[in-house]
Design a binder for this molecule. Sequence first.
Ligand code: MLT
Length: 334
Amino acid sequence: MTYKSTLMKAACVAVSVMFLAMGDASAKRFKIAVGDAGGSAQHELGKKFVEELKRLSGGKHKAKLFLNGALGSEQDTVNDAALGTLDMSILAINNITPFSPTVGVFTLPYVILSLDDAVKLTQGPIGQELVKNTIRDAKVRIIGWTYTGFRVLTNSKKPIKTVADLKGVVVRVPKNEIMLDTYKSWGINATPMAWSETFTALQQKVVDGQDNPYLTVHSMKFYEVQKYVTNIRYIFSIEPLIVSEELYQGLSKKDQDILIEAGMLATKHSANYLRESEASIKADLIKRGMEISDPADGEKEFIDLATKAVWPKFYESIGGKDKLDNVLKTLGRM
Ligand code: MLT
């Protein structure tokens, strides 16, 4: 070996040792806020995203989930991500609507009527437009979609089958105008409240009821404080994974692609998880003492009141009546 090549080799070894000691400065350790508890649909999507992020980046990037609202209420996490003080969050779409009103089209009552509808809308051009709007309006980018199922109504007072049964029941809803107006169309003033305060409010009977999907009712242990369930199907819950747009723009193209791919794989996993787990979770809620009933008359009264009063009221905020028409056409209902 020549003197020159020995020197070169020594220099290479020194550089490698230096990099090892410093670590790779571009390796990320993302913090992901999760509104719901362990075992939830949000948690399932989050776990799959973390796993895929690590795999696709060859172990370079990692992420940690902070469950149960540990990093703040769902609506606060949108602000934090917009400001760049939080990396990512998984939260119900109704908690993004106040910051990005056009996504309200997915919260309008009785628009999404099945998991297939939800997948079709979020994975097609309408979903892509809403991703763009949310970057523009809320400074966060949706990179994954949790599908959690219909928001059924639970309460601790009595079985509810008709709109009239709602009288005298205090129902908590997210701070979301569309949901407040929906309950108004059914004759009651619901109580807007942050998700992070909901379990305690139900436990202390500050409110009697709330609505969320079976998977959420189960993971949040609402069966400990709620007895009656009504299978209303007014909103199919979609719970996006959002990333701070500031953070996203600071990544290399390769890392941006990894995030998008990991989000897509987690989204697919979420749909499968709902298909595979909803029936057994519902059965377990019954085993734990919940009484489940269907609304009278195939929910006609609930549907008629809500669609008539609420849809026209929000045409403007979702970007015009044609936006809703486009959704209904895409779903073959117009
Ligand atoms: C809410 O009711 O505020 C949300 O749907 C809760 C959730 O994210 O599961």
